[in-house]
Structure formats: C-alpha cells, structure tokens
Write a protein that binds this ligand. Structure first.
Ligand code: HXC
Length: 258
C-alpha cells in the first residue's frame, strides 16, 4: 500500500502504521485519517495479520488535529463535514486489536487517536494532553469521554480544563497507558506485544476486544451476560479444541484462526 502521509509495513503477523507528517508533528487532517482508514481496511482484510500497531515519530505521536485546516471553519463547515469524526470512526470499528505506540506529543486529537486504540504503550518521552481549551474549542473525538473512563474524573477535568500535559510516568500511574518503555525500544516492544496477540486465535482475540469494550458501554450485569454468551460461543471454535488439546498434550498450540 502506498500512502503520502503514513507508512505501512507488515512485520510478521503485525500491520504497522507510522504517521509520517513530521513537519507538522503528525497533525491529523482528513488525508491522514483517510489513509489510516484505508490502511486499516487492508490489514483487516488480510488473514495473515492478527494485530496492528500505530506509531508516530520520536518527537510526536500526533500533536492534534490540524489547527490550520480548521481555523476558518464555520459552524456549518464543522457540522456538515462532520469534522473530524467522519473518518475517525474507522479506528473505532476495527475488529483486530490496535496498539498505539506513543513517543513525544500525543495532544488533542493525537491523544484521542491513541485512546481509540486498545492498548497504549508509551515511550518515557511521551506527553499526553487535551489542550483544546487554549484554542477556544473542546475535545471532539472522545477526549471528554474516553479520558475520564481511563484516568477518572479528577485527572480528566484537570487535563481538559488546564491544558497541562501529563508525562509517561503519570499516564501509567493513572491507567492511561499499559506500560512505559525506553524511547529507543518503543516500536520493538509494541511489535512484540502485537506479535504475541497475533499468535493467539484471531476469533478469540476479537471476542476479547469486543467483550472488554462492552464493559464501557453497558451495565455490569449486561456486560456479564454478553461475556457469558461470547464465552459459550468460543466452544464452537476449532481453536478452542486445539488450545485445550495442546495444553493436555503438553505442546504448543497451532491456532488456525477458526
Ligand atoms: C497543525 C501543528 C500542530 C497542529 C504542531 N504543528 N501542532 N500544525 N496542527 N495541531 C506544527 C507547528 O505549527 C509547526 O509548524 C510545527 O508543527 C512544529 O511545531 P512547534 O510549535 O514549532 O514545535 P514546539 O515548539 O516543539 O511545540 C510543540 C507543541 C506545539 C507543544 C506540540 O506545536 C503545540 O502546542 N501544538 C498544538 C497542540 C494542540 O493544541 N493540539 C490540539 C489541536 S486541536 P511550522 O510550519 O511553524 O514549523 C485538536 C482537536 C481535536 O486536536 C478535535 C477532534 C474532533
């Protein structure tokens, strides 16, 4: 796949997307998001891919939505174009797990993009923030909703209302990121985690992703019922037979992804 503002690669069973708009600190405009969407389409359709990593540069995962592109927007420009959510939905609807590997700035829409992913692995250089208030706007791609779910109301309010940045250590302590690694190991660590995931049964991995996400969209009881049904359905998979037979026979399972 050839793109202008992102680079896509296949590393083993992992699809790697690298945002590549360095002069604008990977600011996210329609073209970047369309290209991410097209790359995700390709990786989802590829049976050889079991997980996806999205990363940026050493300096910035993404410094936000492109401010220049929206500076002169009227209300109707934003409303009609459904800026910016139109082409961001694709990240949310991806069924294969996505890891955000974040170094440097993840601000505004950049932080929101990372939060749309399933796991955030941060370099020690990472800085997270929702500084939209400084621009006379508010977060518009999930910042006021996903951040409190990830870090709680106090820190979410603090970040959204004061525009201060949170470093990697604070983000890990707050529960926004799953691990912090040295910056020079970031992509390798993310690829290794993605490769581990891709080695498991793809349908089971997708069921886990769906079930964990359900925890944020339902009551506990509804979520437990959902999990129970999905759990039952796992017994229809050949991968379940293989996984359990391999354990009993003390060998490594060979998942066939069905
Ligand atoms: C467009 C951006 C940009 C952005 C940086 N650049 N962020 N361009 N949109 N979000 C550009 C700068 O204009 C500059 O271009 C180049 O990248 C380098 O940035 P500098 O500011 O010179 O770098 P530095 O001094 O290191 O400061 C880094 C920074 C700062 C702290 C990240 O750039 C910054 O505050 N950026 C804006 C962060 C922000 O407010 N994000 C939220 C955006 S609103 P030139 O051409 O001058 O070299 C948003 C809403 C989401 O995300 C809504 C979703 C629906």
């Amino acid at each position: 796949m050839n793109f202008e503002l992102i680079i896509t690669e296949t590393r083993g069973r992992v699809g790697l997307i690298t945002l590549n708009r360095p002069k604008a600190l990977n600011a996210l405009n329609d073209q970047v998001m369309d290209e991410i969407g097209a790359a995700l389409d390709g990786f989802e359709a590829d049976d050889g891919i079991g997980a996806i990593v999205i990363t940026g540069s050493e300096k910035a995962f993404a410094a936000g939505a492109d401010i220049g592109a929206m500076a002169e927007f009227s209300y109707m420009d934003a409303y009609k174009g459904d800026y910016i959510t139109r082409n961001w939905e694709r990240v949310k609807t991806c069924r294969k797990p996505i890891i955000a590997a974040v170094a440097g700035f993840a601000l505004g829409g950049g932080c929101e993009l990372a939060m749309m992913c399933d796991i955030i692995i941060a370099a020690d250089s990472a800085r997270f923030g929702q500084p939209e208030v400084k621009l006379g706007i508010l977060p518009g791609a999930g910042g006021t909703q996903r951040l409190p779910r990830a870090v709680g109301k106090a820190k979410a309010m603090d970040l959204c209302l004061t525009a201060r940045f949170m470093d990697a250590a604070e983000a890990e302590k707050a529960g926004l990121v799953s691990r912090v690694v040295p910056a020079d190991k970031l992509v390798d660590e993310a690829l290794a985690a993605a490769e581990t995931i891709a080695g498991f049964s793809l349908p089971v991995v997708m069921m886990i992703k769906e079930s964990v996400n359900r925890a944020f969209e339902s009551s506990l009881n509804e979520g437990l019922l959902f999990e129970r049904r999905v759990f039952h359905s796992a017994f229809a998979l050949k991968d379940q037979k293989e996984g359990m037979a391999a354990f009993v026979e003390k060998r490594k399972p060979e998942f066939g992804h069905d």
